[in-house]
Design a protein around this ligand. Structure first.
Ligand code: NAD
Length: 260
């Protein structure tokens, strides 16, 4: 599975899952754009990639901002001559019972996950059509694209929504050799999850250990967290797969928490 000379734009690549995807893509020969709100960490991630001999660029982008997204994609094309792979991965989590959910938090979460996916995929689609090169788009869903959990109304809503967007892009993109797929990880120990453990413990009246064992990993076949390596391997498969045989799909990487 090689990505030699492919240009990959990975959002949320300054941390966690996105950062690992950026590393794995670079190892597979890709030129990687580390796109993130957190410019300091994005620059550190890009520098680390350049240290391994890869070509990499950090760009500051808020995926909810139309002009920032368009400018970041334009800069990518200017620097590297095209865009072949989009990983729309930037995400946040806010947990609360529905009855207490603040409208502002609902809108913020939907904006990062859904507006972010729309704006980045629209910019990528325009470029992939104009270049005639086609490309591969990968959206970061979740087991919560398939299942619900308490306290996560906007997250579950957004992650289900991404499955719909993936399928539309698979249909619209086919004529232009653009593919779209969704990765649906189970719980992965990243800053996003580490923040949730004490929050859920408080909201559910459980110890942090019980949140991990009895909530997060309860339905897995082996009580194990999914890892950033597991998710990055799926992201490499979708990016490097050479035909439309694999488009409009969702791949659940969750230690059997959800079985299709
Ligand atoms: P993380 O917090 O480690 O990384 C998220 C990154 O997104 C950060 O670098 C952050 O700065 C960036 N980001 C946040 N808002 C942004 C914005 N508006 N514009 C640009 N960048 C922004 O989280 P992670 O666990 O690596 O999550 C990555 C993706 O994976 C998310 O979409 C998340 O929902 C999804 N996911 C995570 C898990 C998990 O268990 N960690 C499971 C399933 C799905």
């Amino acid at each position: 599975m090689r990505l030699d000379k492919k240009v990959a734009f990975v959002t949320g690549a300054a941390s966690g899952i996105g950062r690992r995807i950026a590393q794995v893509y670079a190892q597979a020969g890709a030129i990687v754009v580390v796109a993130d709100l957190d410019m300091e960490s994005a620059e550190a991630a890009a520098q680390e990639l350049r240290g391994t001999g890869a070509r990499a660029l950090a760009v500051a982008v808020d995926v909810t901002d139309e002009s920032q997204v368009d400018a970041a994609v334009a800069r990518t094309v200017e620097e590297f001559g095209g865009l072949d792979v989009l990983v729309s991965n930037a995400g946040i989590q806010i947990v609360a019972p529905l009855a207490e959910f603040k409208f502002a938090d609902w809108k913020k979460l939907l904006a990062v996950h859904l507006d972010g996916a729309f704006l980045t995929s629209r910019a990528a689609m325009r470029q992939m059509i104009a270049s005639g090169r086609g490309g591969s788009m990968i959206f970061m869903g979740s087991v919560h694209s398939k299942e619900a959990s308490v306290l996560k109304a906007p997250y579950v809503t957004a992650k289900h929504g991404l499955e719909g967007l993936t399928k539309v892009i698979a249909k619209e993109g086919a004529a232009h050799n653009v593919r779209a797929n969704l990765i649906c990880p189970g719980f992965v120990r990243t800053p996003l999850v580490d923040k949730q453990i004490p929050e859920q413990a408080k909201a559910l009246g459980l110890s942090e250990d019980d949140v991990i064992r009895k909530v997060m990993l309860k339905e897995t076949v082996d009580g194990e967290f999914t890892t950033v390596d597991d998710v990055a391997a799926a992201a490499l498969l979708f990016a490097a797969f050479p035909s439309n045989a694999l488009t409009g799909q969702s791949l659940v990487v969750s230690h059997g928490w959800f079985m299709q």
